[in-house]
Write a protein that binds this ligand. Structure first.
Ligand code: SAM
Length: 321
């Protein structure tokens, strides 16, 4: 009971402060320009006060899907007209938006969910607005890719967002091969119907990697599964997950290269190549310093000269060095 009273006191204090800030924001007219406003990716509470004010007060509000955005607007009692800007009408609508901006109006743009322009329409509009000298401003907030990255537990110092992979297997595997060597955590969007097939391809192309699937983030059935691509593919096949999802893949696993591995690479080459050539080939192939490969090559030659070479393999002649 005491806890309930404490929480309702906290709620009243928050409501008062948030309402005061919201009132200040909504009373200040938006300067002319293009406003890219992030909206929730699930939980309707994930909206900023600046976003609410701008959604209410912008002269014009463009939505990716006006019917979809009505749910958010109705939830916050924002009653206003909206227009559609999506991939099918973008070419036609863009000049109209630029004309609004040229007339000194504030134009807000929202996607169905998350940050507009990120795997959503708007990029060409932003470029056109910049080229025409208009102010372009971002009202940051939710984005599925950052929410997924933050919860995955994989390295965040370097990451690459690669969007949606091609739906067809051959093209998807080709794209995965391009991505495989990149020393960064990879973030991919995927449809639930293709998740298992996509993870199978990731397993085939990438092999062992740390991975995660973040599903229905901020919603009732939020789930983050972690494991190897093979393990996640098996899970996705057995209990096909529903909803929206993001795949996160850790950077390639770099295992330390042992002296034995380098020597095994050098041995067959030294029998028919100049020493410097064998050293360069192995050093580049294994990603080790040339000096290290060189020292091991010399040691191998010494062993061979002492008759400790593999049967049938004579030592390389001195001029090979
Ligand atoms: N612009 C959006 C953003 O910044 O989040 C992304 C739009 S993209 C068209 C939609 C994709 O985002 C979905 O197919 C899914 O991969 C991912 N996504 C959106 N909401 C999500 C959620 N709540 N949980 C997990 N993934 C989500």
């Amino acid at each position: 009971m005491a806890e309930r009273a404490r929480l309702s006191g906290v709620a009243a204090g928050l409501a008062e402060r948030a309402a005061a800030m919201l009132a200040r924001l909504a009373e200040a007219p938006l300067a002319p320009g293009l406003y890219l406003i992030a909206t929730p990716i699930g939980h309707l509470g994930d909206i900023t006060l600046r976003a609410l004010a701008a959604l209410s007060t912008a002269d014009v509000l463009y939505c990716e899907d006006t019917r979809h955005s009505r749910i958010l607007l109705a939830h916050y009692a924002i009653e206003r007209s909206t227009r559609a800007y999506h991939e099918h009408n973008a070419e036609r609508e863009r000049p109209r938006i630029l004309a609004e901006l040229a007339a000194g109006r504030s134009v807000a743009v929202i996607a169905d969910a998350g940050t507009p322009v990120i795997a959503d329409p708007g990029y060409k509009l932003v470029r056109a607005a910049i080229a025409a000298g208009h102010r372009v401003s971002s009202l940051p907030g939710p984005s599925a890719l950052l929410a997924a990255l933050a919860t995955a537990g994989l390295a965040t110092d370097t990451f690459l967002f690669a969007g949606f992979l091609p739906p067809r297997r051959a093209a998807r595997q080709a794209r995965l091969r391009e991505l495989a060597g990149i020393a960064a955590t990879l973030i991919l969007f995927e449809a639930p119907s293709r998740l298992a097939a996509c993870l199978d391809d990731i397993d085939a192309v990438f092999g062992e990697r740390e991975a995660a699937v973040a599903r229905e983030l901020t919603k009732l059935h939020e789930e983050v599964r972690r494991g190897s691509p093979a393990l996640l593919a098996a899970w996705a096949r057995e209990t096909p997950p529903k909803g929206e999802m993001v795949i996160i893949l850790g950077p390639p696993v770099r295992r330390p290269v042992t002296d034995e591995t380098i020597a095994a690479g050098l041995s067959p080459l030294l029998a028919h190549m100049r020493l410097s050539e064998a050293v360069r080939t192995v050093a580049e192939g294994l990603g080790v310093p040339r000096a290290r490969a060189y020292q091991l090559a010399l040691a191998l030659q010494r062993d061979w000269e002492r008759g400790r070479g593999p049967p049938g393999d004579g030592p390389p002649s001195p001029e090979q060095g």
